[in-house]
Design a protein around this ligand. Sequence first.
Ligand code: SAH
Length: 276
Amino acid sequence: MSDTPKSHGRVSISATLQPRDLMTDRPRLKGAWTAKVITLFPQAFPGVLGQSLTGKALEQGLWALETIDLRPFGVGKHKNVDDTPAGGGAGMVLRPDVVDAALKQAAIGTPPSRADWPVIYLSPRGKPFNQAMAQRFSQAHGITLLCGRFEGVDQRVLDHHRIEEVSLGDFVLTGGEIAAQALIDATVRLIPRVLGNQASTEEESFSDFLLEHPQYTRPAVWEGREIPEILLSGHHAKITAWRKAMAERLTKERRPDLWRAYCEAHGRDPEEDQEL
Ligand code: SAH
């Protein structure tokens, strides 16, 4: 598959029954970016990804979603997927042999190179997810996402499969499913044709380290508050300059970390006092 060029034109129907393919009754464009999600809760997908622009693109086969249910890989009569933590302590840990079997299932038909097909464990210990990562993932052929539950996953299976850990932020969720959906959402909207207006991804927050300028729409006056006059002037160059200045001011005020990165990229002094 790694040598298959990404095309967005040919429709094929997937014949795979296992893993559960959320697209079986839908067309799938050959080589469409695919997310394979290993989870104890496959019914949680596509979830919110089935709505709006991502949902429409999923229907059209511009991207594909497969869930791999962890439960059938469980051991014994009760298909146990977890056990108590070695060394004691609260909670349960997902077993390495069970997770390994699911990862092997996910690897069928995917390119071995991690650059072509990243394999990710959603984890609060991971590298914080950001727009640059979403860009990188959108340029791969697809992605495998492992959703943890309970206290997490046995470390050995993460090391064995050279899994990259990605965090949604400095807080603890009950499971990886919401994080997986957030990651997929941010990624698929960067795939050409998923968003109606591709230009909008180039102007929004984090492109070039800046937060986005404030947005306004009708009515012109609401609760006594007016839309900044310049936006109604029809003067495009002035509007662009105003938006840029607002984006810079907001970034400087709210996110000194991004502001420093922006200044560095543009050869500016982060301390310089600008009339913003
Ligand atoms: N004991 C772990 C937390 C486990 S939470 C710890 O203290 O680090 C259960 C599962 O939820 C995790 O395995 C992970 O898959 C998911 N999860 C929790 N918080 C997350 C976050 N901030 N980002 C991504 N996934 C998260």
